[in-house]
Each structure stands twice: as structure tokens, then as C-alpha cells.
Design a protein around this ligand. Structure first.
Ligand code: RIB
Ligand code: CA
Length: 299
């Protein structure tokens, strides 16, 4: 599967990227970065450093949006740290590719109609801007796998909203309303695929990917001893896994609309009656999904 990964690394983004890099089924044509967990300069630097650490500097990184469609981004420093990561990856001399994320997504998809999958595990701003820029994109993309939305549960930023959607609700409406095929995994799924603070099997390993993942997890838990940080939800990793093992995810076709104002801003409302272009995940084989993700960390 040829793909581009749009990301705001981020602790769970890093685990998702390690898994994707280790998967023989994914041909990663590039990473595109978006502001979200941290400033764009930091999410982009984290992406570049990670690729160098994993020995994959042949993969280009294109920087994208530092502002949402409306207003400004809010960040998740309390979750991921001031610069988006709880670990300091070694510096790299590799620089972002010339050009921007939006143009890279559009040009790559149009060059291979029906072949390119897109993973979106941060705010959907780059994806929305690409769809707005090029009307043919919704038909050129094979599918967009998105981490976002509260599912049938509560949010993680407010009781109603999940961070990626909350940080750019207008972009989410553009993507969900475009007709591009989407598989959407929300908090209802990622909360079923989480790692406990004392889960030794995730805090050890021999390969570079396992060692980095263990550091990210250990530092993330150390950031806060509070009970609400008892488990690390694999939000972005399970989104990558869904593309590799769709048999482990149950979905329902839906038409989605996102609230863009008021106290419920970012809330995703699903209408299943009329079906729709979004396959909304409603169930996951948790144990098997965790085993698949743990195996991909090892590489
Ligand atoms: O709500 C979880 C999502 O927000 C994940 O993608 C995490 O990395 C943050 O971006
Ligand atoms: Ca993310």
C-alpha cells in the first residue's frame, strides 16, 4: 500500500510511525506535518529526527499547516511536552523537503489515481486544504484513515470532543463532507487498545523501534503520576493498524457532521440512516490488535 502519513508527532504519533516504518505492507512515500500536539516547527523536527533515528531518511518530510482553517491551533503540551515529545530524539541534519504538505498530497495522489492511501493522525487541516485546492483529489485518493472523534464515548479535550477534530472542526467537516472514502477511528476504539503503566511487555525490547517506544511510554507515564494517566491509549497506532488488519475493526457507514461552535465544538455527530462515505469504527478485536501493534514495534 502506497501511502502518505499526515502527522503531528506527538508521543502516540511516534509509535504509529515506528509501526508503519516497520510494516512491509506500507510503502511510505512521505510524511506531511501539521501543527497540533505542538508547534509546526516541533512536529516537523520530531518527524525528521524520527526518520533519521530509524534509518529512513530517504522518506521526505513536507511541512504543512501552522494555522487551522479558522482561528489558531491549541496545543497538547500537558500531554506530549512543550516540544511535542517526552523524549529528546537525537538531532538530524536532514531538512524538510522543498514544497509544502498540501501540494505534495495533491501531486502524489494525482500521479497515481486510486493507489494512494493517506493516514491522518493530527488535525485535518492539511487534508482539508488539499481537498479544497484540488476537486479531483477525493476521487484520486484510495482511502483516508483518520484518528479522530469521540466515537460513542466522551471526548478527551472536553466531554464532547476529541483533540484532532476539536483543533480544526472546520477542516473535519470539509474532509467528512467531501465524499472521499474515510475510515475513522475514534476514542471509543483507541481506549480499548491501551497500555498500562506497569505493562512490562511494552517497556522493553531489543530493536531501535522497541527501545524508542519504551522510552516514549516510560517518559509519558513519568510526566504525571495522576491516576488519569494510568493507561496510554494507542490512538494513532490503531489507526495505522486498521489499514493493515481491517478484519480486526468493525465499521458502519455514516454521514458525519462536526459541531463548529459553542460548548460542544468538535463533537462528531453520526447519521447511519443514510450510510455515507465514512466507515466509522464501532468495534475492535482489542487483544489481537494490541498483539499486532506490539509486533510491528519490533519490526
Ligand atoms: O486525541 C488523540 C489525538 O490527538 C492523537 O492523534 C494525538 O496524537 C493527538 O494528536
Ligand atoms: Ca497525533
Amino acid at each position: 500500500m502506497k501511502c502518505i502519513i499526515d502527522t503531528d508527532p506527538g508521543a502516540d504519533d511516534v509509535l504509529a510511525l515506528i509501526m508503519a516504518l516497520n510494516s512491509p505492507e506500507l510503502e511510505i512515500l512521505g510524511l506531511t506535518t501539521v501543527e497540533g500536539n505542538a508547534l509546526l516547527e516541533h512536529t516537523t523536527a520530531n518527524a525528521l529526527r524520527l526518520l533519521d533515528y530509524m534509518g529512513r531518511t530517504e522518506i521526505p518530510v513536507y511541512a504543512g499547516s501552522s494555522t487551522p482553517l479558522e482561528g489558531d491551533f491549541h496545543h497538547a503540551y500537558e500531554v506530549h511536552g512543550e516540544e511535542g515529545l517526552t523524549v529528546r530524539l537525537p538531532d538530524t541534519d536532514v531538512r524538510p523537503a522543498d514544497g509544502n504538505a498540501v501540494d505534495f498530497i495533491v501531486e502524489t495522489a494525482l500521479a497515481m489515481p486510486g493507489e494512494l492511501a493517506l493516514f491522518a493522525v493530527g488535525p485535518l487541516t492539511n487534508v482539508a486544504r488539499a481537498l479544497n485546492k484540488e476537486g479531483r483529489l477525493k476521487d484520486a485518493l484510495q482511502r483516508v484513515y483518520i484518528m479522530g472523534g469521540q466515537g460513542d464515548g466522551s471526548g478527551n479535550v472536553t466531554p464532547y470532543a476529541e483533540f484532532n477534530i476539536w483543533d480544526d472542526p472546520y477542516a473535519a467537516n470539509v474532509v467528512f463532507g467531501s465524499g472521499v472514502p474515510v475510515t475513522l477511528l475514534g476514542l471509543n476504539i483507541s481506549r480499548q487498545t491501551s497500555v498500562a503503566r506497569d505493562d512490562e511487555s511494552w517497556m522493553s525490547g531489543e530493536t531501535p523501534g522497541e527501545r524508542l517506544a519504551a522510552q516514549v511510554l516510560e517518559k509519558w507515564f513519568d510526566l504525571d503520576e495522576e491516576e488519569h494517566r494510568a493507561r496510554f491509549s494507542l490512538h494513532d497506532p490503531v489507526t495505522v493498524m486498521a489499514a493493515l488488519r481491517p478484519d480486526l475493526i468493525e465499521t458502519r457507514a455514516a454521514t458525519l457532521r462536526v459541531e463548529t461552535e459553542g460548548e460542544r465544538v468538535g463533537e462528531v455527530r453520526a447519521d447511519y440512516e443514510s450510510g455515507g462515505s465514512v466507515d466509522l469504527a464501532v468495534g475492535v478485536e482489542s487483544a489481537e490488535a494490541l498483539a499486532v501493534m506490539r509486533g510491528l514495534l519490533r519490526g
